[in-house]
Design a protein around this ligand. Structure first.
Ligand SMILES: NC(=O)c1ccc[n+]([C@@H]2O[C@H](COP(=O)([O-])OP(=O)(O)OC[C@H]3O[C@@H](n4cnc5c(N)ncnc54)[C@H](OP(=O)(O)O)[C@@H]3O)[C@@H](O)[C@H]2O)c1
Length: 385
């Protein structure tokens, strides 16, 4: 890329992954057309400018065009003049926008955004004679029972939620439509993404952050009760402050089986995507995943150390008969319920295509230092609230 005649049309630039990708593309000089939506009365242009500024990217004049779009409309919500302008300039498409909610109550919206909207975006790519259509999917398009996940289309899978289901469905539609229309495409499948491993920065705090924030909220409830009300309730739940100030917080986490959590930092995600954009292989799937997923025990240790608590125990297999969670455990269970399928994951991701395309760019390990940097940034940003 960075060829002076090339322009990338990007969706999802206001999201976590998209904002970091947009900033990196701007920094290396790519020309962009951002298609997105306003937030209430806040225009898209203002949102994009604020994100670029927060990520330290300063676009040159005319480097970033911003168009408010509606993908449910066959013309993407663009007027004739805007549509023709995109067709004239666009050479590549990077489709990052997605409804990322897991809840079944959002089924219709998820299908609309993740599947139905593809038709208008791919049609725009066709009319633009785009050289490539890059689709950001997820590594979790294979069902949770699949231990070996190839960089290949999903044939059949039992999905954990509507998000996974619609992403797998979208992959099939992207492959079919792009093949039918003669548009070369790639499918990029990241695993779970957290902040920048070097700076800790992130623009949204979901997934891994959600667990740590939940634990931090539970800790704060008990700390407040101990400090302000004498801690009688906490003591009844076996919770107390040690002499060194550590909160003893017994929390048993029951998981169906031993597995791991596949996490990659946003800087790796961005570097890997840029490498694929530079050397794409037509009709190819890439797993942007870690070679060393972390175990729940490691994550529990990291959380204990970061939050200055102790007492988290991970148990595998069904909870013993008559098991009654204490209030802290019940609260934690409730908070993390949607993410449960990802905590004891047995999926292994093949990375043959990725290794070739991203030679020399390796996913860094999630060490405690990296974890601390990212969580300190998130806590400093009040977990995005
Ligand atoms: N985060 C991860 O760990 C992760 C892991 C694997 C795969 N992915 C994939 O990576 C991509 C980006 O994820 P993310 O974490 O950055 O998600 P995100 O933070 O939730 O951002 C989603 C983006 O999609 C846009 N969007 C959602 N619904 C839309 C609609 N109806 N019309 C137009 N735009 C819409 C959002 O716009 P607004 O800002 O206007 O809402 C936002 O720009 C997605 O395809 C996701 O499936 C993410």
């Amino acid at each position: 890329m960075t060829d002076s005649n090339e322009t990338i049309v990007m969706t999802g630039a206001t999201g976590f992954l998209g904002s970091h990708l947009m900033a990196a593309l701007v920094q290396r000089g790519d020309r962009l057309i951002i298609l997105g939506r306003p937030q209430g009365t806040r225009p898209l242009r203002e949102r994009v400018d604020a994100l670029l500024a927060s990520l330290g990217a300063t676009p040159k004049k005319h480097q970033v065009d911003v168009l408010e779009a509606d993908f449910s409309d066959p013309s993407c919500g663009l007027n004739w003049h805007q549509y023709a302008g995109v067709c004239l300039k666009a050479t590549h498409f990077l489709h990052c926008a997605s409804d990322t909610r897991f809840s079944e109550t959002n089924r219709l919206a998820s299908i609309q955004t993740n599947v139905r909207s593809l038709a208008s975006i791919i049609e725009l790519a066709r009319r633009s004679r785009a050289a490539y259509f890059h689709y950001v999917s997820t590594a979790y398009v294979f069902g949770a029972e699949t231990s070996s996940c190839p960089e290949a289309p999903v044939i059949a899978a039992r999905h954990a939620n509507v998000y996974e289901e619609t992403k797998a469905w979208a992959e099939r539609d992207v492959a079919e439509e792009c093949s039918r229309l003669g548009i070369p495409y790639t499918i990029l499948r990241p695993s779970i993404v957290y902040g920048d491993s070097r700076t800790g920065q992130a623009t949204r705090f979901t997934a891994l952050y959600h667990h740590v924030r939940s634990l931090s909220a539970i800790r704060d409830i008990y700390l407040k009760e101990i400090r302000e009300l004498g801690g009688e309730k906490a003591r009844r739940h076996g919770i107390y402050l040690d002499a060194d100030g550590t909160l003893h917080l017994p929390l048993r986490i029951h998981l169906p089986r031993r597995g791991s959590v596949n996490l990659i930092p946003i800087d790796y995600f961005v570097a890997a995507v840029l490498a694929v954009l530079d050397r794409p292989d037509s009709d190819t799937i890439y797993h942007l995943t870690s070679n060393r997923p972390v175990s729940m025990e490691e994550l529990a240790c990291y959380c204990e150390r970061f939050l200055n608590i102790r007492g988290i125990k991970v148990h595998y297999g069904p909870a013993p008969e008559g098991f009654a969670p204490n209030p802290a455990e019940a609260l934690f269970d409730k908070f993390v319920e949607p993410y449960r399928p990802y905590l004891s994951d047995i999926r292994n991701f093949e990375r043959r295509h990725t290794d070739v395309a991203t030679e020399g760019i390796d996913p860094p390990e999630l060490t405690y230092d990296v974890f601390e940097r990212c969580m300190a940034f998130a806590a400093g940003a009040n977990w995005g609230r």
